[in-house]
Design a protein around this ligand. Structure first.
Ligand SMILES: [Zn+2]
Length: 310
């Protein structure tokens, strides 16, 4: 079993993409059932083919960009197991100069705590990804607090999908997926109960942008990743906050392969962000939030400090 050890050289990086999906493993298994992949591809007008973990690494290496990679285990809700997390982490370990793997466990699995512990302790994942709508759970329910406790104790961030989703879009009943579970105000409860847990709210939280801004403003441990939408379509309030009060709390993310980092970066140039703000969004905030500065290749002396989180 390959344990991930981060080998990202922060100084050599142009950017950090905080939100990248790897949804296919080496056995060819996809994270989502075929009919859901096809519906999502129609919604995003994107190809159904998913790049492998190695292809993803090569793509990001070419761009001198590190990528946080993950899948989503929504076994209970979908009746479909995800692509292998072990395979994803092994791929990230083999490409540790550019990939940063997050784990994923379906909170509704009876063995969720053991599996989260295994991913954090044995596989060395650098955070956990949750998708309340896809996984069908209310993140503010105290039932899931033991899971957050584990992630907090490991000193790792928890990233939650927020806002609407293309998954299930246009399908009868949206494939049974409930949008309200991804209202970011539910994460206010998590951030309040776990003040040492870094909570990253993924995406412009359409149609709850004001809620996400309120949580990120009030909770020192809450952040926003800007993935999933071209910056062209960002709500005005989000742009104003990113360029001002929340400039230290927003992270570049694409949602690759559904949106490419090239497109995102081309379009962000049109937002008129201040010169000193863009470098924070593209790299500096992520280095701090993900604890990358303390990784072995990230220190100038080249010494390993293990998990570098302060
Ligand atoms: Zn995503």
């Amino acid at each position: 079993m390959a344990r991930y050890e981060c080998a990202v050289d922060v100084a050599a990086l142009d950017a950090v993409d905080a939100h990248v999906h790897v949804e296919k493993d080496h056995a060819g298994h996809h994270s989502l059932p075929t009919e859901v992949i096809e519906a999502a591809a129609r919604y995003f007008r994107a190809p159904t083919e998913r790049p492998s973990v190695d292809e993803t690494a090569a793509y990001y290496r070419e761009r001198a960009t590190a990528a946080v990679v993950f899948t989503v285990d929504a076994t209970t809700q979908l009746g479909h197991p995800p692509n292998s997390v072990d395979d994803l982490v092994a791929g990230a370990a083999a490409n540790a100069d550019v990939l940063i793997p997050f784990g994923s466990v379906d909170p509704r699995r009876p063995d969720a705590l053991d599996e989260a512990r295994r991913q954090l302790d044995d596989l060395g994942v650098r955070g956990m990804k949750f998708h309340p709508t896809l996984q069908g759970f209310d993140p503010s329910d105290e039932r899931w607090f033991p899971l957050y406790e584990l992630v907090e104790a490991a000193g790792m961030p928890a990233l939650f999908h927020t806002g609407q989703t293309g998954i299930g879009a246009g399908m009868p009943g949206g494939h049974g997926l409930r949008l309200g579970l991804s209202n970011p105000v539910l994460l206010d409860v998590v951030a309040a109960a776990f003040p040492r847990l870094t909570v990253i709210m993924a995406h412009p939280s359409v149609p709850w942008q004001d809620e996400a801004i309120a949580v990120a403003t009030h909770k020192g441990n809450a952040y926003i990743d800007l993935s999933g939408w071209s910056p062209k379509y960002f709500p005005e309030a989000l742009v104003r906050q990113a360029n001002g009060p929340l400039q230290d709390k927003v992270l570049f993310g694409s949602d690759y392969p559904l949106l490419t980092p090239d497109r995102w970066r081309r379009d962000v140039a049109e937002l008129g962000l201040k010169d000193d703000v863009l470098p924070k969004i593209l790299k500096e905030n992520a280095v701090r939030v993900l604890g990358l500065a303390g990784t072995s290749a990230g220190t100038s002396a080249g010494t390993s400090t293990g998990r570098g989180r302060a």
